[in-house]
Design a protein around this ligand. Structure first.
Ligand code: SF4
Length: 127
């Protein structure tokens, strides 16, 4: 029976490490709001006085401080948050490469990682 670290299980759908480019899927919380996704929740934490939002399906596991999110959106955009679970068809995300490089060590051997209607490869935008 293969032994897997819990952190590997959590991030399996959100990252690919099969070549040296190291790609991550980043969910766009702005898309969750724009879609009014039924799995997006928010709550007010009386201890901290902050409001947080998150995904009930744990497509992204982290909870986002709404005031920080809104401030970031006003100044250029919050951006993405690392995907930790399998995306649903409505989830908007992009793939970000961590390391650019040439040669066979950076050639994609897992093109299916980019396959999704809502995904785009950041390398397309900067090429
Ligand atoms: S299911 Fe997808 S779109 Fe809905 S809240 Fe989660 S990440 Fe956002």
């Amino acid at each position: 029976m293969p032994v897997t670290q819990p952190s590997e299980q959590r991030t399996a759908s959100g990252e690919c490490r099969q070549c040296r480019t190291f790609c991550d899927r980043m969910v766009e919380p702005r898309g969750c709001l724009e879609l009014r996704c039924r799995y997006l929740y928010s709550y007010f934490d009386p201890l901290s006085g902050a409001r947080y939002m998150g995904c009930m399906r744990k497509v992204f596991r982290a909870e986002i401080d709404v005031s920080h999110f809104e401030a970031a959106e006003r100044s250029g955009g919050y951006g993405g948050i690392k995907m930790t679970g399998d995306p649903l068809p409505q989830c908007q995300y992009r793939v970000e490469p961590a390391y650019e490089g040439g040669g066979p060590q950076h050639e994609c051997v897992n093109p299916g990682f980019f396959d999704a209607d809502s995904a785009f490869d950041l390398r397309d935008a900067i090429a």
